[in-house]
Ligand binder design. Structure first.
Ligand SMILES: Nc1ncnc2c1ncn2[C@@H]1O[C@H](COP(=O)(O)OP(=O)(O)OP(=O)(O)O)[C@@H](O)[C@H]1O
Length: 300
């Protein structure tokens, strides 16, 4: 099956500096994929290589199984740089101009305006739009050709909270409608809220990939109990030694949190006083900084 996006060993060097290093990325049909990383991690360079706007130093890019040669990006819509629109034309007129250039039927214009929630303001001049409306018009332009894959570079960058919420809603709506979306972001909360899967990029390398839940790590339980040694011994006997760890005066148990009541009953029965038992979940922010921190240490 041809994936919407597949790269192998994708690398871009500028002089001696690698902006993107040996990147294997795959985006599956119908998913909203978040490409997450701090500023300068290589996100824009990667997206530009996907679109054939920057030539890779090494490695390959396939979009729906084909290399992204110029003029052969059928089925792909993108918003990479701030969209260039005529300030004195309305949103609708701007899209009509673009549709004409692209050979897209003008009937798509009201459809995409509706999709991005700009139908009411379509007759207003572009110059009078808020930043959020300008970004949404950019997405509308990318949607003109009814793409199967939409690539968005930091779509909420610079937007106020309301504009950000509108953009997130729009992305979720597009995802729900079956469009594959690849978006870059340096904001965890963003990818957490809209993405099915996330790839974390740092210093040009993909350092982690998975669903938000997977990135958070396996859920588990954290227990405060007395005496702790007895609790640990019984817990090991109950769930397996490899699933039990003592850390900071507490027990960490790599088990399904649904087993809390059962564990509590068993330990109390064994004479252990369980003071606290709660699900342990790593905050995604912590995961992100753990990953980035580790990476920085590795590189040093
Ligand atoms: N045309 C270029 N010439 C030289 N270096 C470049 C060029 N484009 C990007 N870089 C460098 O490559 C690295 C990655 O940049 P890139 O813009 O891809 O990162 P990013 O993750 O998109 O960050 P941001 O969110 O800040 O745009 C940076 O160190 C940047 O300075």
């Amino acid at each position: 099956m041809n994936l919407p996006v597949q790269t192998e060993g994708l690398t871009k060097r500028y002089g001696g500096r690698a902006a993107v290093r040996d990147l294997d990325l795959s985006v599956r049909a119908g998913e909203v994929y978040g490409f997450l990383g701090p500023n300068g991690a290589g996100k824009t360079t990667t997206l530009r290589m996907l679109l054939g706007l920057v030539r890779p130093t090494a490695g390959t890019v396939r979009l729906f199984g084909r290399p992204p040669a110029a003029g052969r990006l059928a089925g792909v819509g993108a918003l990479i740089e701030g969209p260039a629109f005529y300030p004195y034309l309305s949103g609708r007129e701007n899209l009509r101009v673009l549709a004409r250039y692209a050979g897209t039927p003008a009937e798509r214009v009201p459809l995409v305006l509706d999709l991005v929630d700009l139908a009411d303001r379509a007759g207003d001049r572009y110059a009078g739009y808020s930043l959020g409306m300008k970004q949404r018009l950019g997405v509308a332009a990318a949607l003109l050709k009814d793409p199967r894959l939409l690539i968005l570079d930091e779509p909420t960058n610079g937007l106020d909270p309301a504009g950000t919420a509108d953009m997130r809603r729009l992305i979720r709506r597009l995802g729900a409608a079956g469009c594959t979306v690849l978006l870059s972001s340096h904001l965890l909360g963003e990818v957490e809220q809209v993405c099915d899967r996330v790839g974390v990029v740092s210093q040009g390398r993909l350092i982690a990939e998975g669903s938000v839940a997977e990135l958070r790590g396996a859920a588990g339980l954290r227990m405060l109990a007395e005496p702790l040694d007895d609790a640990a011994e019984h817990a090991r006997a109950l769930v397996g030694a490899e699933r039990v760890r003592v850390a900071d005066g507490a027990l960490e148990l790599a088990v399904d949190p649904d087993r809390a009541a059962w564990l509590n009953t068993e330990l109390v029965r064994a004479g252990v006083a369980v003071r606290e038992l709660r699900p342990r979940e790593r905050d995604l922010e912590q995961v992100f900084f753990d990953l980035i921190g580790k990476e920085t240490t590795d590189v040093r």
